[in-house]
Each structure stands twice: as structure tokens, then as C-alpha cells.
Ligand binder design. Structure first.
Ligand code: BDP
Length: 727
């Protein structure tokens, strides 16, 4: 080719590139998460939806109604590939009418009063309705936030290609506070985050309103989240200074239309650290006055501020114990400061002290004697299990034990103990398992979910929190499937009776495709993924086999850390005679903290489900398991099953090439390779270690560790661990 022709060709190429749509706009990089709003694939359904949705009537111009309108416009124009016009009033069939009886004459005329009374401030109804001979789709609610939630519901139905004919939905949340907890530091490092830096750009706030803030609020509202604690529970006192409050105010303004109220994690020692006082004693008048001033100040910036989240006397954080006061004294002081403004205190029950003999017992022993002493606007936030977000824990015995203290759940979405941003582990099944566990408080059927919803005791407030990890990674969560656990958390906080499986299916359809060849196998893959993670890390009730330096890889031999209760040995206690933690009457007797019906089963080595055995019992290596195998053989079986499950997940995923976009396909494919490698390493490390005590041979037909224990011990010392967080 001669030079001028080459030049013309280059120019032409450049022109084509410039005219081509920006690749970023179409990229399947995960940014849109479950709100992708791509055109409905089935022609038949598409034309059905187009028939039913020809125009929209949305009276009112409050920020929340505008957000609802915007979302409807954005969603419908993507899903239907045409934008239905907004009209002032109902004119013909095919209208979508949204609003509250107050904002909309149309809604007011429909006489929904009776049903609206059943669904409170945040609920909504969606219904197909004949009005003067015209067929309409109606979304009605008492408050505007209910309208927004209803809009997301309608869009979800279209995203998942559900029929709208004859639709009748009445939905209201089962718990009041549905809260995201961010463990974001003010320097923008996220504790246990694994998805980039903190979303909150303190450096450019308050001037720059990053569009991501609005998207964050949209995602939150789409799953019914209504509260967000934006900073780490290991709290920096400076969050209470004006310089930060000016910035937080902007976030609050952006979140408000989406029904999302801001909470701040506060440091109990703030009066000393930033207030110039020489005490933080909760019974000291000066200290109490200081906190009131802080509350007044915060509300001057954020009139609908939610309240404080507090980690006190836990893992080195200051608290009331420093002044010989109780957790109730501490919480009540803050509650008193917030009360005049309608704010609440979320007080965490995650406490344990290295001197005590069993970490399992501590939160219960600490808080049950305080039952009834907390202010009405204080709520206790309890992690799902007694230790710390392990792949499997029995439910915390605090659920069902606190009759007079509002008690809420703390789940973890970020995969601190589940492979960070590298392993696929849908947490919906873990959440479901906990929520469906029967506490037997006041008799059979008192599931954790029902306790949380205030159906067993009369709680002043109800709630669920999820520790989520979104950061500046383009897809928000690092591993694309961590999105599914975030989604599941929100859906279950709204309605704990939903199943992990239906939620997984919804998420897949919204996030990837409605193509059945993808939906079914990937749903199964997700449903299996958490159990796989349990099996290749810590089956049969083993727990916390991580090295103290990180929470990623295995180091079961580790017994040299600064605190015994941060060492794996503390949890498994393996020696030649056997393995496990005796929490029955012959041991720490933590089992007594459960109601008798539960305690009886957990205390009996023959009746306890295998999954929990080593949580409560110390047994010999030849202990007979429910399968008929010995404990040792069962351990080999479970560890191997974990690896096999990951391999099945890999196979399933790899067979999906071409069914979804290549971008996310390749990403997950590579991550599964990492996961398989890690699962093998977990299996081999743990089996090599435990065999050094059991002295028993590997049963036939199982892959044996390739190397000796020394090798795995060296590997731990020399391997890069992708976690900046230590302990
Ligand atoms: C543990 C984490 C630690 C948190 C702590 C907490 O390792 O980073 O600060 O929980 O919940 O799981 O306070």
C-alpha cells in the first residue's frame, strides 16, 4: 500500500472508531449490577409488555416521586426499547399509574384505603385494574418511598420476564431497619473490602457529587435498604467534626429521595479524642452534655439523620467498661442524646475478651444480664453466629434470649472468611439457614427470622444489617458474584421468608440473562457454592483455621499469636486423641445458652447434625458419623467433596461460553481457576495437618495431598495474601 492510501485508511478507521458507540456504554463490566435494564429478549413478552405499558401517569414532583419517575423511565426505555410518554391523567388502556392518595388524584379515586392500611409507610401495592373501562397498571403506596419500592418491583418483574396480566402484589417489609454497614476508613481504605477504595471521596466532597453516589442509592433502594452506616465500626472520631459533617451532609442529601438515611459509626472515646474532655464516662454529666451537643450539631446538617452505630469494648475499641460501666450505660447515654431528634443507637454485641475460657459464650454472658436495661431507641446488633462470620456457625444463642431488648441481625456480605474477591460463594444460603433456624424461644417455630421481625417478643424496633463491601472497582464488589449476596441480603431483610434459591434465580435473570440454559445451571452452582466453601475450609463444625496474619488461606497449626482466641488451635484442639471443642457440660457448657430443645440436640454427639459436631464436641478420630464413616474418613470425604464441588462449578461455568457476554464470562472463569487451586490447597493443607494427629490412612478413592505438611507450612509463609488487613 502506498503512503497516501495508508493515511486515508487510517483516517477512515479513526472516523469509524469515533462514530462507533462508546464501548464503555455497552460494556458488560458489572457496573449496572442487577439493574441492567436490557431489552426483553422474548419477542412475545416484549410485545405484551409494550401493550400493557404505553404511557405513565405520575403526579407529584417531590424528590422521591421524581426518583421513581426517573427509574421508571430509565428502566422501561431499556427493557421495552422505547420510552413510554408521561401523561397528566389516565386516558386509555395501557397506562401505568403511580403515586400515593395524597400526591395523585388518580390513586385517591381508586379507593385502596383498606389495603393500604395493611402495608405501613414503606409498603406498596401493584395491581392491574379496570378504570372506566380502561385497563391500568397501578402502583400505590401510603408514602412516596413505597411508590419507589413498587417501581423497582415492577421493573424486576419485567427484568425477570414475569407476566403482568392480572397482577396483584401487596408487599411490606418485615423488619423496620434494613441497613448496610460499610467498614470504610476515612483514608478510604476499606477494612475487609477487597473491591478498591471507599466509595466516599472525602477529598472531592462536598463540592463534587460523584454520580456513583446516586447509583449507590438506586441499588440500595431497589432491594429496600433504608439505612447506611457509611464508616468503619473501628471508628475514627473525626467523623463527628464539622469538616466531615459538611461532606456527609451531601451524601445524605443525595440518598434522601431514595429513602436511605445515614448512620455514623462513632468512637466511644470521642469526648476525649476530639472534645477536649478528660473522660468518656457515660455517667459523667459533662460527657453526656458533649454527646448531646454532637447530636444537635449533626441534626443541623442532616435533619433525618439515622443515628449511631457503635463497636465498644471489643477488639481494643474503647467503651464503657473503661469506666466500670455497662454496655447499657454506654448505649443509653448515646440514645439520650439522639432521642429528641428521633435518632437511634445501634449497639453491637460483638464482644469477647482474651481472658475468658470460651469466646463462644461471651456475648451472651455479657448481654443477657442487661436485658431490659437498654433505652427504647437502642437496638442490639448481633452477628449471626457466636464467633465471627465463619463459613458455618450455629446461630448466636442471643437470638431468642433477649425478651426485652430490641435485637437485630448482622450478616456479612463481604467475603472476609470466604475467599475475599476471589472465590464464588453465594451467601444467600447461609443467611437463609440462619433465619430459618428455630430458637425455640417460647416454643417451637420461633425461627431467628421471626425473632428479628418482632413476632416472638415485642421489640420496640426491628432490623437487619449487612456488612457490605462495595468500593471503586468498576463492578462495585470485586467478584461479580458478591453482588448476589448483597442482593440477597437486601431481599431477605425485606422478607425473611423468601428462599435463597428464588432470590438467586431473580438475581441471575436480572444480572445476566433469562436464557434458561444459563439460569438453571448457574442457580444450582450458586446454591452449591457456600457448602463447597465450608467443605474445603472447615467441614463438620471445624472453624477459624486461618492464620492470624490473614483470613484467606489455611494455617491450622498456628498457635503463636498475640491472643489465644485468634489462633486456629484454640478452635480445633486437635491431638492424637481427637479433635473439637467441648462445649457441653463437661467443657465450657456454652450449649446451655440455647433453649432446652436446641441445647439437647447440640449436646448429644449422636443427635447433633454432623455439620455442627466439632463446634460442640471433642471426639476421637474414629468417632462414628451419621454416614457410617469414621470421623477421619468423613473429614477426608468432606474436604474432597469441597474440591470436587468447585470443579463442578468450573465445568458448569465453562460450558456457558457464548451464552453470556465474554467479559464477565472470562472474569469468572479465571476466578474459578484461582478458587480450584485454593480449594486444593485448603484440602491438602488441612488433611496433611490433621493426619499428623489421626495417624490414619487416607480412605481409598480420594486424592491425597501431593506434599508433606512441611511444604504447606512453608507455602503459608511465602505466599502472597491479597489482604491488607491483619489480625
Ligand atoms: C472481624 C473483622 C474485623 C472487624 C470485626 C468487627 O476481622 O476486621 O473489625 O470483625 O466486626 O470479623 O468489629
Amino acid at each position: 500500500m502506498n503512503a497516501p492510501v495508508r493515511k486515508t485508511t487510517r483516517l477512515l478507521m479513526l472516523l469509524i472508531l469515533m462514530l462507533a458507540p462508546l464501548p464503555d456504554l455497552l460494556a458488560e463490566d458489572g457496573y449496572r449490577m442487577w439493574l441492567r435494564y436490557v431489552k426483553v429478549a422474548s419477542q412475545e413478552k416484549l410485545s405484551d409488555y409494550r401493550d400493557q405499558i404505553r404511557y405513565v401517569v405520575a403526579e407529584g414532583d417531590s424528590p422521591t416521586l421524581l426518583a421513581a419517575r426517573d427509574e421508571l423511565e430509565r428502566g422501561l426505555s431499556g427493557l421495552l426499547d422505547r420510552t413510554p410518554p408521561f401523561r397528566d391523567s389516565v386516558a386509555a388502556s395501557g397506562g401505568v399509574l403511580i403515586g400515593t392518595p395524597e400526591s395523585s388524584d388518580g390513586i385517591a379515586s381508586l379507593d385502596f384505603e383498606g389495603r393500604l392500611r395493611q402495608i405501613g409507610d414503606e409498603g406498596y401495592l401493584i395491581e392491574e385494574r379496570e378504570v372506566d373501562g380502561e385497563t391500568l397498571l397501578v402502583i400505590a403506596a401510603n408514602e412516596e418511598i413505597g411508590v419507589l419500592y413498587g417501581v423497582f418491583h415492577l421493573l424486576r418483574l419485567i427484568q425477570t420476564e414475569q407476566p403482568l396480566h392480572g397482577i396483584e402484589v401487596l408487599s411490606a417489609p418485615r423488619v423496620e431497619l434494613r441497613m448496610a454497614n460499610h467498614w470504610d476508613n476515612l483514608n478510604r481504605l476499606v477494612e475487609r473490602g477487597y473491591a478498591g477504595l471507599s466509595l466516599w471521596e472525602w477529598g472531592t466532597l462536598p463540592e463534587y457529587r460523584h454520580p456513583r453516589y446516586t447509583d449507590y442509592a438506586r441499588f440500595s433502594a431497589s432491594i429496600g435498604i433504608n439505612g447506611v452506616a457509611i464508616n468503619n465500626v473501628n471508628a475514627d472520631p473525626r467523623i463527628l467534626t464539622d469538616s466531615f459533617l459538611e461532606r456527609v451532609q451531601v451524601l445524605a442529601d443525595i440518598f434522601r429521595p431514595y429513602g436511605l438515611s445515614i448512620f455514623l459509626s462513632v468512637n466511644f472515646d470521642s469526648p476525649r479524642r476530639i472534645g477536649g474532655l478528660d473522660s468518656a464516662d457515660p455517667l459523667d454529666e459533662e460527657v453526656r452534655a458533649w454527646w448531646k451537643e454532637q447530636a444537635d450539631n449533626i441534626y443541623s446538617y442532616i435533619p433525618d439523620f439515622g443515628g449511631f452505630l457503635v463497636k465498644a469494648d471489643s477488639e481494643g475499641q474503647p467503651g464503657p467498661h473503661g469506666y466500670n460501666r455497662t454496655h447499657a450505660d454506654g448505649a443509653n447515654m448515646l440514645a439520650e442524646a439522639l432521642e429528641p431528634h428521633g435518632g437511634i443507637v445501634v449497639w453491637r454485641a460483638f464482644v469477647y475478651n482474651p481472658e475468658q475460657s470460651d469466646r463462644f459464650r461471651e456475648a451472651y454472658d455479657e448481654f443477657v444480664p442487661l436485658d431490659g436495661q437498654f433505652a427504647e431507641n437502642a437496638i442490639l446488633q448481633v452477628k449471626n453466629g457466636p464467633i465471627d462470620f465463619q463459613p458455618r456457625e450455629p446461630f448466636s444463642p442471643l437470638f431468642g434470649a433477649l425478651e426485652e431488648t430490641s435485637t437485630m441481625m448482622e450478616f456479612q456480605v463481604t467475603q472476609e472468611y470466604f475467599g475475599f474477591n476471589l472465590h464464588l460463594a453465594y451467601q444467600g444460603t447461609l443467611f437463609e439457614e440462619v433465619l430459618q433456624s428455630d430458637t425455640y424461644a417460647r416454643g417451637e417455630g420461633a425461627t431467628v427470622g421471626r425473632v428479628l421481625a418482632g413476632e416472638i417478643f415485642e421489640y420496640e424496633m426491628t432490623g437487619m444489617a449487612g456488612v457490605i463491601n462495595p468500593g471503586t472497582d468498576r463492578n462495585w464488589t470485586g467478584h461479580p458474584f458478591v453482588q448476589s449476596s448483597w442482593y440477597a441480603f437486601g431481599r431477605l431483610a425485606w422478607d425473611y421468608t423468601l428462599t435463597a434459591e428464588e432470590i438467586a434465580e431473580e438475581w441471575i435473570r436480572m444480572t445476566f440473562t433469562n436464557d434458561e440454559t444459563f439460569v438453571r445451571p448457574i442457580r444450582e452452582l450458586m446454591m452449591e457454592s457456600r457448602e463447597a466453601g465450608v467443605n474445603y475450609r472447615s467441614p463438620l463444625g471445624l472453624t477459624h483455621l486461618y492464620a492470624q496474619g490473614h483470613h484467606y488461606g489455611p494455617a491450622p497449626w498456628w498457635n503463636g499469636g498475640s491472643r489465644p482466641d485468634w489462633n486456629p488451635y484454640y478452635y480445633h484442639k486437635a491431638d492424637e486423641a481427637g479433635i473439637g471443642f467441648d462445649r457441653t457440660a463437661t467443657g465450657s457448657n456454652a450449649v446451655e445458652q440455647y433453649h432446652p430443645e436446641v441445647a439437647e440436640i447440640f449436646a448429644d454427639p449422636d443427635r447433633i447434625p454432623d455439620d455442627y459436631l466439632l463446634w460442640f464436641h471433642r471426639v476421637g478420630w474414629d468417632h462414628p458419623m451419621q454416614s457410617g464413616r469414621t470421623l477421619w474418613d468423613e473429614l477426608v470425604h468432606k474436604y474432597s467433596e469441597g474440591v470436587e464441588a468447585v470443579r463442578r462449578m468450573q465445568q458448569t461455568w465453562n460450558s456457558m461460553e457464548g451464552v453470556i457476554d465474554q467479559e464477565r464470562f472470562e472474569h469468572v472463569k479465571a476466578l474459578l481457576e484461582i478458587q480450584e487451586r485454593d480449594a486444593v490447597r485448603w484440602r491438602d493443607t488441612c488433611l496433611a495437618y490433621f493426619q499428623s494427629f489421626s495417624g490414619m490412612p487416607y480412605p481409598e478413592g480420594y486424592e491425597e495431598p501431593e506434599h508433606d505438611l512441611e511444604h504447606y507450612m512453608m507455602l503459608w509463609r511465602t505466599t502472597y495474601v491479597p489482604d491488607p488487613w491483619y489480625n
